[in-house]
Design a binder for this molecule. Structure first.
Ligand code: SAJ
Length: 430
């Protein structure tokens, strides 16, 4: 006998796998999640403002490195569907999962326009028994203070008529050892009934679901994860600056410390911090705390140190050229690797872009090579990847290793260019 109680009805649909799931935002977070639910046999509809993404999926193609075209073809049209009609799709949804970007704006404050637009679309079609899960990284309080009032404005009540949770995404593009199904999933609800509904949803596709007491706790846990990284990367970058002053090899020091079998976690210095998570997420935390008249000092200091690394390394290039009585202005400098970390093609927030801009500001003739990145756009305009690495090395007055892609032959590179600045300890030890 089907229950009239919205909570019981939703739980029943989830346990019978008849629930209809909608993923808002089919990017590097939404697509793997959609495929995981579809492979678990649930009916999933992916919606996105970029119709080209949806068309590619319908053709059986994948635009996300971690999801093969074969996996898309195995579910598309069977349990995975797409739609550009947000309202009709959401009106028929039992669960809506928001996976849209939450970047920073020019003043490095939260830019939640995409999140707000997705939430407004859901609010237009909100109906009894619907579960909404926010996965986009955001400041503590977003789910309960921003989304909940939007959804309750029409008179429905969270925890009784509809259900609202925060469940942070933990997708790490390119990682093979942990994928969406095998990475533990935190779920925090605005009420306990919401939490239970969220746990029932994610248990359909994810091996381990970890309930927490509130949506704020879930939001904060994600920010702790990534602030932890930003702060520890900044610490090791400052240790590198100290060792430079002291004339000590920081890499030897780190390798020695890393022999400690407990109580130490290895991070490595580098050209700065890039990517769509680590340089940005902590600013959602510090922004929220500023509204409460609290200064998140570690976040600010980590950003200061990490953001100062490009200038530090450009000064090293200048010093190396000085040693050859060459001015940086007019010298040919080759940047090796522009992606924000090794073996990927993503240049978002990459420190390489800052290094290139600083070198150009000082009059250097800058070129780059990156096997994963054919061209880059930045404030100085467009740059294309050097087509011939050896020719580019032979022509350079100085090279700087910014991203230590595994495909580079560092021994060969070291033999081809006299001056080389290594920000990643890519070169074999002399
Ligand atoms: N970096 C360093 N030194 C380090 C580690 C990283 O300079 O010791 C630099 C990287 O070169 C890069 C930036 O920091 O420019 C960020 O590196 P990351 O290893 O944190 O990689 P991300 O940005 O891809 O972070 C993602 C995050 N995953 C999610 O948010 C779901 C992060 O939480 C993961 O821990 C990280 O991947 C990972 O471990 O690969």
């Amino acid at each position: 006998m089907a229950s009239s109680d919205p909570h019981a009805k939703l739980l029943q649909k989830l346990s019978e796998r008849t629930a209809r799931i909608v993923i808002l935002g089919m990017g590097y977070v939404g697509l793997p999640l959609a495929v995981a639910f579809a492979e678990a046999g649930l009916h999933v509809t992916g919606i996105d403002i970029d119709a080209a993404k949806l068309a590619a999926l319908m053709r059986g193609e994948s635009y996300v490195e971690d999801i093969s075209a074969e996996r898309v073809r195995a579910v598309i049209g069977r349990t995975l569907f797409t739609s550009t009609d947000f309202d009709a799709t959401l009106a028929a949804a039992d669960a809506a999962i928001i996976c849209v970007p939450t970047p920073l704006n020019k003043t490095r404050d939260p830019d939640i326009r995409a999140l707000t637009a997705a939430s407004e679309a859901i609010a237009r079609s909100l109906h009894p028994g619907m579960l909404i899960s926010l996965e986009s990284t955001t400041y503590p309080g977003t789910t309960d203070e921003l989304l909940r009032p939007m959804f309750e404005a029409a008179g429905l009540r969270a925890g009784q008529d509809f259900f609202l949770v925060f469940s942070p995404e933990r997708i790490d593009p390119g990682r093979k050892d942990y994928v969406v199904e095998t990475t533990p999933k935190i779920v925090g609800g605005v009420t306990s009934a919401c939490r239970d509904a969220g746990v029932a949803l994610y248990r359909q596709a994810i091996h381990r679901v970890v309930p927490v007491s509130s949506s704020q706790a879930a939001e904060m846990s994600k920010l702790l994860e990534n602030t932890f990284r930003a702060v520890n990367i900044a610490l090791v970058n400052e240790i590198a600056l100290m060792c430079d002053k002291l004339g000590i090899d920081v890499w030897e020091v780190i390798d020695a410390a890393a022999t400690k079998p407990y109580g130490f976690m290895k991070f490595t210095p580098g050209p700065g911090v890039g990517g769509h998570c680590i340089p940005l997420d902590p600013h959602y935390l510090s922004w929220k705390l500023r509204t409460l008249n609290y200064n998140a000092r570690f976040v600010q200091l980590a950003d200061e140190i990490n953001s100062s690394m490009p200038a530090y390394w450009v000064a090293k290039v200048q010093d190396a050229l000085n040693g050859e009585r060459k001015a940086l202005g007019g010298s040919r400098v080759l940047v090796l690797g522009v992606a924000y970390k090794k073996d990927i093609d993503d240049v978002r927030e990459s420190p390489a872009l800052d290094i290139i801009a600083l070198l150009r500001q000082k009059g250097a003739l800058v070129s780059y090579h990156d096997p994963h990145v054919p061209h880059i756009r930045h404030d100085g305009g467009d740059l294309r990847c050097e087509p011939d690495l050896n020719a580019a090395l032979d022509a350079a007055d100085c090279a700087i290793i910014v991203t230590d892609h595994s495909t580079y032959d560092w021994q060969d590179i070291a033999g081809r260019v006299r001056l080389i600045i290594d920000t990643r300890r890519a070169l074999p030890r002399a």
